[in-house]
Design a protein around this ligand. Structure first.
Ligand code: ADP
Length: 484
C-alpha cells in the first residue's frame, strides 16, 4: 500500500486545460500513484476555460482568501476542488482571477512569469492551510521552476516542510522561462539574489528552469534517450549544468492512459476495434476521409499528423518531401494542429494544391485527434527533438504505424521494422533532412502495399505496452529513495 504524500504541480491538466503531452501526464501519472494508494494532490491554476465549466467545483472552506506576497503585494487566492471521480486523485485549482482569468493557458503577457511564480507560492501556501507536509513536491516544466528555491528560502522557516523533497521533471527543455533580472524583486527573491545563477544574473537574466536544475533534489525527464540528449547536444544551453548534476538526472518514459487511448473502448471513434479484429479500423478510415472531404482510398495509405505546429516538431522537413509524395504517390494526408503561421500556411497550401488528397484542420480538437489516430495507416512525427512524445505511443496502440525521427522518446518507443525478420513496430530515420523523412516514408509506403505483412506490422505495434503500470513504479522508487 502507498504511504507517500505527493503534491503534483503543473500548468496543464487533461481534460480541463491541455496544450500538449504535459496535460496528459499531469492527469495520468497522479491517477496511477493514487491507484497505488498514495496521497496525491494535484494543483493547477483555475483558468477561465476551467472556471467557465466548473459546475461541480466547490471552494475548499479552510483555504479561502489565502494571501501570498508577490510583486511587492499581498495577492489573495481561493482554492477550489471537485468531487473526485472513480480512481481520481484529489484535484486542487488555484483561483486567482488577476492571473488566471484570461484567454488561453499560456499567454504572451508581460507578467507570464508572475502568473506561474504565483502558482508555486500558492501551492506551498495551500499545503500550509491543509496542515499537510508532503514528502514529495513534484514540479513540472519552467512554470514551476522556482518552487524548489521558494521551498528552501521563503518557506524554510516552516517545519511542516522539514522532510519535503522536490522532484523536477523536464517535459521540454525548449521552454525555459527566461525573464530579465529586473524581475528578481517582484519574484520575492531580492534577498536571495546570491542563490540565483550568477552568470545569468550578470547577463541580466533569470531562468526558471535553470533555477530548478540548481535546487530540485532530483531531476527527471520523460525518456531515457532525452535524458542523455539534454546533457549533450539537445541541452539548449543547460547541458553543462545538467551534466554537473548527472547523478541526479533520471529519464523515465511517460506512460499512456489506455483508459483514454484504446481503440476497443474509445468513445471518440465510431467503430471500436482491436488487435484481433481490425475491421473497425477500416471503417474509421472511411469516416475520417469523408469527414475531411478526402477522396475514398481503398489502396492508398492515409498519413495522419496531430501536433502542435512548432519548429520542434520537424514539419519544415516536409516542405519539399510532402509535395513530392502527394504528386507521385496515391496517398491521403490528414493534418490537425495549430501553431506557427509558416507551418499552418504550409499545410493550408497543401490542401489548396492537392484537393481531395490533403486536408488541414486548423485548431485543437479532441474528437478529431482520436479519429485521426484510429483512421490513419501511418502516423508522421519527424521531430527535430522529442522529449517523449505520446502520439507515437497512441498510434502504436491504434495500429497506425509510426514514421518518426530517431530521437528522444521516439527512439525509446518505436523499433525499426525489418522486413526480413518481420520484427519492429515502425520506421525511424536519423538525419534531420527531407531525404531522411522521405526515405522513411517511402519505406513505409513500400511495405504498406504488402497487405498481410502490413497487418502483422500493425499488430506488432498494437501489442506494445506503455502503460503507467509498467513505467510508473520507477517514479515511486525514485520518491522512496529520496525520502529514505
Ligand atoms: P507535445 O507535448 O510536445 O505537444 P506529445 O506527443 O507528447 O507532444 O503530446 C501531444 C498531445 O496533445 C497528444 O495527446 C495529442 O493528441 C494532443 N494534441 C496536440 N495537438 C492537438 C490538436 N490540435 N488537437 C487535439 N489534440 C492535440
Amino acid at each position: 500500500m502507498g504511504d507517500l504524500g505527493i503534491a503534483f504541480v503543473a500548468s496543464e491538466l487533461a481534460p480541463y486545460a491541455k496544450v500538449g503531452g504535459l496535460g496528459d501526464v499531469a492527469s495520468s501519472l497522479p491517477a496511477f500513484l493514487h491507484r497505488k494508494g498514495h496521497d496525491v494532490r494535484v494543483f493547477v491554476p483555475l483558468y477561465s476555460r476551467i472556471y467557465d465549466h466548473a459546475n461541480d467545483f466547490y471552494p475548499v472552506d479552510f483555504a479561502q482568501g489565502t494571501t501570498v506576497r508577490l510583486a511587492g503585494e499581498d495577492i489573495s487566492f481561493d482554492l477550489y476542488t471537485r468531487p473526485a471521480g472513480e480512481g481520481e486523485p484529489a484535484l486542487y485549482f488555484v483561483h486567482c482571477p488577476r492571473f488566471f482569468q484570461r484567454d488561453g493557458i499560456y499567454t504572451g503577457d508581460p507578467d507570464e512569469h508572475l502568473r506561474f511564480a504565483f502558482l508555486s507560492l500558492a501551492v506551498l501556501a495551500s499545503c500550509q492551510r491543509m496542515g499537510w507536509g508532503p514528502q514529495i513536491v513534484h514540479c513540472n516544466d519552467w512554470q514551476t521552476g522556482l518552487l524548489p528555491l521558494y521551498l528552501k528560502t521563503l518557506f524554510s522557516w516552516d517545519s511542516l516542510f522539514q522532510r519535503t523533497k522536490t522532484v523536477y521533471t523536464i517535459h521540454n527543455i525548449g521552454y525555459q522561462g527566461v525573464v530579465g533580472s529586473d524581475a528578481v524583486e517582484g519574484l520575492q527573491l531580492g534577498q536571495y539574489r546570491h542563490l540565483l545563477h550568477q552568470g545569468d544574473l550578470g547577463e541580466g537574466r533569470v531562468n526558471f528552469m535553470k533555477t530548478a536544475i540548481l535546487y530540485a533534489d532530483v531531476l527527471t525527464t520523460v525518456s531515457p534517450t532525452y535524458a542523455r540528449e539534454i546533457q549533450d547536444h539537445q541541452g539548449m544551453g543547460l547541458q553543462d549544468l545538467l551534466r554537473s548534476r548527472s547523478q541526479s538526472v533520471v529519464g523515465i518514459l511517460n506512460g499512456v492512459d489506455y483508459e483514454e487511448w484504446s481503440p476497443e473502448k474509445d468513445p471518440h471513434i465510431p467503430h471500436p476495434y482491436s488487435r484481433d479484429d481490425l475491421e473497425g479500423k477500416f471503417e474509421n478510415r472511411e469516416v475520417l476521409l469523408e469527414k475531411l472531404g478526402l477522396q475514398p482510398a481503398e489502396d492508398a495509405p492515409v498519413v495522419g499528423i496531430v501536433s502542435r505546429l512548432a519548429s520542434q516538431k520537424g514539419f519544415e522537413l516536409l516542405f519539399e518531401a510532402m509535395p513530392w509524395f502527394l504528386t507521385n504517390h496515391d496517398m491521403r494526408l490528414a493534418v490537425l494542429g495549430s501553431g506557427e503561421p509558416r507551418l499552418e500556411g504550409f499545410f493550408q497550401s497543401l490542401q489548396g494544391r492537392y484537393p481531395g488528397k490533403a486536408c488541414y484542420f486548423r485548431g485543437y480538437n479532441e474528437d478529431l485527434a482520436h479519429l485521426i489516430e484510429a483512421g490513419s495507416d501511418i502516423f508522421l512525427m519527424p521531430s527535430k527533438y522529442e522529449p517523449c512524445g505520446l502520439n507515437q505511443m497512441y498510434s502504436l496502440r491504434y495500429g497506425t504505424v509510426p514514421v518518426v525521427r530517431n530521437t528522444g522518446g521516439l527512439a525509446d518507443t518505436v523499433q525499426q521494422y525489418n522486413p526480413e525478420t518481420r520484427l519492429g513496430t515502425g520506421f525511424l530515420f536519423d538525419h534531420y533532412t527531407s531525404e531522411g523523412v522521405g526515405w522513411a516514408l517511402g519505406f513505409a509506403m513500400r511495405v504498406f502495399v504488402r497487405r498481410a505483412e502490413w497487418r502483422d506490422l500493425m499488430r506488432n505495434g498494437m501489442s506494445q505496452d506503455f502503460s503507467w503500470e509498467r513505467q510508473g513504479n520507477k517514479y515511486i522508487e525514485l520518491y522512496r529513495r529520496l525520502c529514505a
